[in-house]
Design a binder for this molecule. Structure first.
Ligand code: HEM
Length: 197
């Protein structure tokens, strides 16, 4: 019994050590997914499977994107005015650049995987998914061509005076708010296109 306990706590210790790195957690998740893929779907490989697998990648990148959009709009932006001035650089210099990196690249990954899924014969091609796709494309355009260039000014990656920084910050915030609003009809279309039509 003592041996089993020691082995279990040894294994748990090794897993805990591994999970300290986020990329290891992602690798573990990918490994478990691959296991299920082999167990359940290896006999279904073929035309339809390609679209299904890309829908999975599409939803993973979409969650990363929209999760960060909700973090910005529900947590970071509303909390900024409450943070003491001496602590603000912690957000501006460390958290925001990292969050914006994942934000814009997951948006691009969502667009690319969404367009790949749309190009497959197994995808629905009705007005609902076209509306959702267009809303998603508008949101991704906003990130790459409005929010990110203005955030670069706010973060000091592009030289600008204080007045320009304030204006850029407001435009980035309002565009992010517009994306927050558009995310609901976009997601409604994504989820109902196949289920309802
Ligand atoms: C950016 C442009 C986007 C395009 C072009 C696009 C395209 C598509 C397509 C073609 C489908 C497959 C519909 C079907 O055949 O059932 C789909 C499904 C879906 N998309 Fe998007 N999408 C986009 C953005 C997003 C975003 C931002 C999310 C956020 C999570 C998202 C989440 C989903 C979900 C949850 C499904 C349903 C999967 C299912 O139930 O089968 N999409 N999308």
């Amino acid at each position: 019994m003592a041996d089993i306990n020691a082995t279990v706590s040894n294994i748990l210790e090794k897993i805990s050590k591994m999970l300290e790195k986020p990329y290891n957690a992602m690798a573990l998740g990918a490994g478990l997914t691959f296991l299920l893929l082999l167990l359940y779907h290896v006999t279904s490989f073929g035309g339809g499977y390609f679209g299904a697998f890309f829908t999975f990648l599409h939803v993973v990148s979409g969650i990363t994107w929209i999760g960060l959009l909700y973090y910005f709009n529900l947590v970071q932006i509303p909390t900024m005015p409450k943070i003491p001035p001496e602590l603000k650089p912690g957000i501006g210099k460390y958290i925001a650049p990292e969050a914006l990196f994942w934000f814009r690249w997951s948006a691009l990954a969502t667009v690319v995987t969404g367009l790949i899924v749309f190009s497959t014969s197994s995808a629905v091609h009705n007005l609902t998914i076209i509306t959702g796709g267009i809303l998603g494309l508008v949101m991704a355009f906003n990130i790459w061509f409005v929010i990110w260039p203005n955030q670069k000014i706010v973060l000091g990656l592009v030289p600008a005076d204080d007045d320009e920084k304030t204006k850029a910050g407001r435009l980035a915030m309002l565009t992010s708010r517009a994306n927050f609003a558009l995310s609901l009809p976009m997601l409604y279309c994504m989820v109902t296109a196949r289920l309802v039509g």
